[in-house]
Design a protein around this ligand. Structure first.
Ligand code: GRF
Length: 194
């Protein structure tokens, strides 16, 4: 079973859906820990499932490299096969990315390379786009520039607000993430079976 650590910063609704998919046997993975840079409300989903959590805040003025090392050590104590950034909103230092990539994934609420960055949903609306999307990528040193593993389009409705559009995108993000992890797990299985 693939051991997964998930990092979040917010409500963790995608984490909740991923946990449900794992528990239902739809994804052959076990979330062994959930981490955050803040006391995120979404940690509650992990608590409800009896999954350990950790919080590693970036202190004001703290060196990002030092914080990245602390975060990496916390993650590594759970010996994951895969780390997923699911609404984790802090930029990670390059040394962190090198340590975990390519087994370091990020979900993004746009059809990359369109609308990278922290305000992808708002940016799509402000650009007057008629469609946007969702992507799952491997994290690299850039901002949302890593290899794209899966993506789908989401239409933008005339009456969409940032919140209604984001809610519809998240439904697609959840499906993509579970499909990608299923695929990784099946490849790991065949590697182990050889
Ligand atoms: C997702 O759209 C994720 O891609 C973005 O933040 C959202 C996380 O939502 N960066 P939630 O915390 O899972 O509800």
């Amino acid at each position: 079973m693939l051991r997964v650590v998930v990092l979040i910063s917010g409500a963790g609704s995608n984490l909740r859906a991923f946990l449900d998919d794992c528990n239902a046997g739809n994804v052959p993975a076990t979330v062994v820990a959930v981490g955050s840079d803040v006391n995120a409300p979404g940690l509650e989903h992990a608590h409800r499932h009896g999954i350990p959590t950790f919080v590693e805040p970036l202190a004001t003025g703290e060196d990002r490299e030092a914080w990245g090392k602390r975060l990496a050590a916390a993650i590594e104590s759970f010996t994951p096969d895969l780390v997923i950034l699911s609404g984790f909103m802090k930029l990670l230092p390059a040394s962190f990315v090198e340590r975990f990539a390519p087994m370091l994934l990020n979900t993004h609420p746009a059809y990359l390379p369109e609308f990278p960055g922290a305000h992808a949903v708002r940016d799509a609306l402000e650009a007057g786009a008629t469609e946007t999307g969702a992507s799952v990528i491997v994290v690299d040193a850039g901002i949302d520039t890593g290899p794209i593993l899966a993506q789908s389009r989401v239409p933008i409705h005339d009456d969409d607000t940032e919140s209604t559009l984001h809610d519809r995108i998240k439904i697609v993000e959840r499906k993509l993430l579970s499909a990608v992890v299923r695929d990784i797990a099946s490849r790991e299985d065949s590697i182990e079976g050889n």
